[in-house]
Design a protein around this ligand. Structure first.
Ligand code: ADP
Ligand code: MG
Ligand code: ZN
Length: 475
């Protein structure tokens, strides 16, 4: 039997505000434990939370960017559970009346566009962090993260494959980063995803029983965990058994999901409206003010890169992945208006260097202007494309200007016909046997002669001229 997969994702994104959601403590990461705390975020009796307006601004931005409807009135609710990292015994979240609903996101997988519905976006506070002692049976708790603002973005069960899940997450993260409201760092946990997945016989319309997957801190983990889980569920169903509704943890080492807690152990959160927080009223003016600050989003920028620069879809996708990368590309094209050439150098050479040195585009050792200078040197024929690669490496490691490197290292291309002819003559004289083989029909040797000439000139001979002169002399 054929099966189809149903996936719905819940994403938690940490907002980049300076202060926490209900108090003025700093949200700065990495401070000594329990130094960014106050009676409010420690949940002392009698304190009152005060909503951070910036959190609402950021949430409205995300809601608009994902085509959600913004509720004129929404509510905060208490989600009750006991855990040592939750000092109040409840988390302030939103429940029946979230700030935003009914959005959508457009993803693209294998040149196929698909709309993924967004059920809701709501605001909530983060919990603290437990640190377990490596040897002793002791756990410590750090409340610095308690009250750091999060938004939870819940998708409709519209996702059908692990690849689509990956595309959805990448798109969501790209938007958050374009809006500059979340750093999207999955390893540090500022962008976390829980994946709900079920299978059902193809063509049927009731959902199968789902499991919820946790503990995936990279896009690859999410895709791998889903693939494993889909396989596991199909096998169960095929063997006439039932999928149990439960939460499962991804084990990246073993490449399997393992049961964490079943439905019986599921929490009853006893949600109720938080009596300490008044309903949140958002008027049209507020929404419009935020809308006017929306930047060009990744999808729009990608479309513009294809239309205005004539780039292939793949290039446009890679280059618009982050705002600074897209800015770098556009800056470079301003100085050297051949978009496809710029794209190739950025995508192949520059991104490889950045990856190798674990740097962001903002930390690039080669500025967009310097890269344009290099491309001009190739364009003018001063250096060959091959030499340019060497110059590029040198620019990356020394930060020097391309002209300086070319002059210092004597890398200027040899375009003097006589000089090249001399070298060609010498190469042919040194390889008399190959020459006679060539003349006897072994034409494949042509490449060998080109190689020898390039070697003798340290790669500096103009390749086109070498070809022409060689052809003439071998006739
Ligand atoms: P909970 O709060 O218990 O996690 P929700 O109703 O908020 O439950 O749903 C969470 C996510 O699970 C949503 O993204 C939704 O699209 C998805 N989902 C719901 N039912 C299924 C199912 N049968 N198979 C796969 N995903 C599902
Ligand atoms: Mg859930
Ligand atoms: Zn505080």
């Amino acid at each position: 039997m054929d099966y189809e997969t149903v996936i719905g994702l819940e994403v938690h994104a940490q907002l980049l505000t300076n202060t926490k959601i209900f108090c003025s403590c700093s949200t700065e990461f990495g401070a000594p434990p329990n130094t960014h705390v106050c009676p409010v975020c420690l949940g002392m009796p009698g304190v009152l939370p005060v909503l951070n307006r910036k959190v609402v601004d950021y949430t409205i931005l995300m809601a608009l960017a994902t085509n959600c409807t913004i509720a004129p009135e929404s509510r905060f609710a208490r989600k009750n559970y006991f855990y040592p990292d939750l000092p109040k015994g409840y988390q302030i979240s939103q429940y029946e009346l979230p700030i935003a609903e009914h959005g959508r996101l457009l993803i693209e997988v294998n040149n196929h566009k698909k709309r993924i519905g967004i059920t809701r976006i709501h605001m909530e506070e983060d919990a603290g962090k437990l640190i377990h002692h490596p040897r002793r049976p002791v756990s410590m708790v750090d409340f610095n993260r308690t009250g750091v603002p999060l938004i939870e973005i819940v998708s409709e069960p519209d996702i059908s494959t692990p690849e689509e899940a990956g595309a959805y997450l990448r798109q969501l993260r790209a938007i958050l980063r374009y809006l500059e409201i979340c750093d999207g760092n999955m390893e540090e946990g500022s962008f976390r995803c829980d994946a709900n997945v079920s299978v059902r016989p193809a063509g049927t319309d009731t959902f199968g029983t789902r499991t919820e997957l946790k503990n995936m801190n990279s896009f690859k983990h999410v895709e791998n965990a889903l693939s494993y889980e889909i396989h596991r569920q199909k096998e169960l169903v095929e063997d006439g058994m039932q999928v149990v509704q439960e939460t499962r943890l991804w084990d990246p080492e073993k490449g399997v999901t393992v049961s964490m807690r079943g439905k019986e152990e599921a929490h009853d959160y006893r949600y109720f409206p938080d009596p300490n927080l008044v309903p949140l009223v958002i008027d049209k003016e507020w929404v419009e003010e935020i809308r006017s600050g929306l930047p060009e989003l990744p999808d729009a920028r990608k479309a513009r890169f294809i239309a205005d620069y004539g780039l292939p879809s793949y290039d446009a996708e890679v280059l618009t992945d982050s705002r600074p990368l897209a800015d770098y590309f556009e800056e470079c094209v301003k100085h050297f208006p051949e978009p496809k050439t710029v794209s190739n150098w950025v995508m192949v050479s520059l991104l490889a260097v950045l990856k190798g040195e674990n740097k962001t585009i903002e930390e690039s050792p080669i500025s967009s202007e310097r890269l344009a200078e290099l491309l001009r040197l190739i364009d003018s024929g001063l250096i060959s494309g091959k030499i340019a690669k060497t110059v590029f490496e040198e620019m990356a490691s020394t930060g020097k200007a391309p002209e300086t490197i070319v002059r210092e290292k004597g890398l200027i291309q040899i375009t003097d016909t006589d000089a090249i002819a001399d070298v060609v003559r010498q190469v042919l004289a040194d390889h008399a046997k190959e020459v006679s083989d060539y003349k006897a029909g072994k034409t494949k040797l042509f490449g060998f002669f080109v190689g020898q000439v390039m070697k003798a000139t340290g790669g500096k001979a103009n390749p086109k001229m070498v070809n022409e002169i060689l052809k003439g002399m071998l006739r």
